[in-house]
Each structure stands twice: as C-alpha cells, then as structure tokens.
Design a protein around this ligand. Structure first.
Ligand SMILES: [Zn+2]
Ligand SMILES: [Zn+2]
Ligand SMILES: [Zn+2]
Ligand SMILES: [Zn+2]
Ligand SMILES: [Zn+2]
Ligand SMILES: [Zn+2]
Ligand SMILES: [Zn+2]
Length: 286
C-alpha cells in the first residue's frame, strides 16, 4: 500500500501517501497529493517540479513559470491556477472565473479543456462548461444529448444538487429524472406541483363550474339577446346549465327564489351576465 512507502499525511485530505512536499526556502512540513495540491491553491511548477503551499506561495515570484499566460505577470500569486494539461498558469481574474478548490482540482485551461465524457478537445460551440467545476462537456456527449447551449448557468452531473432535497444525480433513484437546467429533481418537481395545485373544498364539489362557463361571452356575441321567458329558466342541479358560481361561495339557500328578471331590468352590456339571464342550453330547447 502507498501508505507504507509514503507515510506523510496530506495537508488537505489528511490521508497518508502524500508525496509532494512544499519546497519553501525556509523549510515547510506540508505534504500533498497531486490533486489535493491543486485544490488547495498550491503553486506548482511543471518546469522545476517545485511546489509551494498556499502559505509560501509568495516565493514563486522568483520562479520562471510563475507568469500568467494572459497578462504575462506574476500579479496576485494566490489567484494563479495551474493547467494540468499544459502546465501554464492563469489568473482566475484574467479568465473571469472565481477560483474554488473544486475548479482548481484537475483544472484545464481553455486551450486544453477536454470533454469529461469522450476526453476529446474542440467543438467549443458544443462544449458546455460547468459553472461549479469549470470542466467541459460536449452537448452531444450528454445523456440525453442537449440541443444547443443553455442560456443560463449550467452544472454538470457531479456538481448539480437539487435545491429542495439536496440530492445529487448519483444519489437519485433511477426513475427520478433530473435536468441540469432545472433547480429541483423530478421527485421534488412533482411534490411542488402537487403542493401548488389549487385545492377545491371537499364539501362543495358540485359547485365546481363547468369549464364552458369560465369563458365570458365574446365581444362578437350580439348584445340584444332576448331575455328568456321565466318558465324556460334552467333548473339547478344540471351540470350543463349550472350557473357560474364561485366555488368558494356558500351555496345559496335553495328555498330562496331567484329575482324575477322582468322586475329587475339590467344593462345587457354588463358583464358578467346575471345567471338568471343566461339563455338555456340549446340542447335543452324543444
Ligand atoms: Zn490529499
Ligand atoms: Zn509551505
Ligand atoms: Zn493574469
Ligand atoms: Zn492548458
Ligand atoms: Zn465529448
Ligand atoms: Zn461540475
Ligand atoms: Zn429533490
């Protein structure tokens, strides 16, 4: 086991087998695994294979390759990130990315960035870059494949977390769908939809208005509709002729007589129409 050969514990993860020491001039007791060094923000030189821990990173200013490939200067050495592909350094600020341990670990510069699925470069127009880890993924290598680049922020399957239940794609049941474009997993989406659905009070289900009465009469409808004779007035109880009633409203007293339409002439242009003025369903006419 590597633990026997390299008993040094890693400064970042605490496990044995750390092989890379900090080479500070004054001496330093810190050791790192290779990926842990990058995540910690150590300065790593491909040319001299020298590593400086974050505390001693300032000593890199004298090193030949402590230069940002964009601005050419050492600048803020704490903000330098090391490309595992070409070994060049870049300032996070010069690439407009805020460096995190997750992004630093296994980081690849824009030139070296490969798709995490097929390990191929190129096709920048089809390369999605995860906003959390800065790793690349071809849209056509995704499962399922994505058409075009998403306009908003995008997180890969390793970084995406459901904002409701906190599960990651690997932690989801196989039948729970997730999409990197949505904030919640399939299960939570379903839960939200159920919670958002309007609940109809159970004691007044018969007052649920039929869908056809939800629409107010169109403006093209003639305004001089003759008032129906009182004897043809629809009788309550029939779903087809049920007047438009607010389902939350208490049902009217059945013993109460509806107002006589002849006694209370109303403006026919007024909306919504008085239920007693609703013409009877044509299907009910003789
Ligand atoms: Zn480690
Ligand atoms: Zn050190
Ligand atoms: Zn720079
Ligand atoms: Zn590179
Ligand atoms: Zn790919
Ligand atoms: Zn990611
Ligand atoms: Zn969830």
């Amino acid at each position: 086991a590597p633990g026997h050969l390299y008993p040094q514990k890693c400064e970042r993860c605490g496990r044995v087998g750390a092989t890379i020491p900090c080479r500070a001039a004054a001496g330093c007791s810190r050791f790192y695994h290779f990926p842990c060094a990058a995540a910690s923000g150590c300065f790593q030189s491909m040319k001299t294979l020298r590593l400086l821990c974050p505390e001693h990173v300032a000593e890199a200013v004298d090193m030949e390759d402590a230069r940002c490939s964009v601005c050419n200067g050492p600048g803020d050495l704490q903000d330098l990130v090391f490309c595992t592909g070409c070994g060049q350094h870049f300032h996070g600020a010069c690439l407009d990315i805020s460096l995190t341990p997750c992004k630093r670990s296994g980081w690849q510069c824009p030139e070296c960035k490969v798709c995490q699925t097929c390990r191929q470069r190129g096709q920048d127009s089809a390369m999605l870059v995860c906003e959390a880890c800065d790793k690349g993924y071809h849209t056509f290598c995704m499962e399922p494949a994505i058409q075009g680049l998403p306009s908003g922020s995008w997180k890969c399957k390793n970084c995406w977390v459901c904002s409701d239940c906190g599960r990651r794609p690997v932690g989801l049941d196989s039948n729970c769908q997730w999409s990197p474009g949505s904030a919640v997993c399939g299960d939570c989406q379903q839960r939200r939809a159920t919670a958002d659905a309007p609940t109809v009070p159970e004691h007044t289900p018969q007052l649920d208005p039929p869908s056809q009465t939800l629409e107010s009469p169109g403006p093209s409808e003639p305004m001089d509709t003759p008032m129906p004779p009182p004897e043809l007035e629809p009788v309550g109880g029939d779903e087809e002729t049920q007047p438009l009633v607010d389902p939350t409203e208490t049902p009217p007293d059945p013993t109460e007589k509806p107002p006589d339409p002849m006694e209370t002439p109303r403006d026919p242009t007024e909306t919504p129409p008085d239920p007693t003025e609703t013409p009877p369903d044509p299907k009910e006419l003789p």
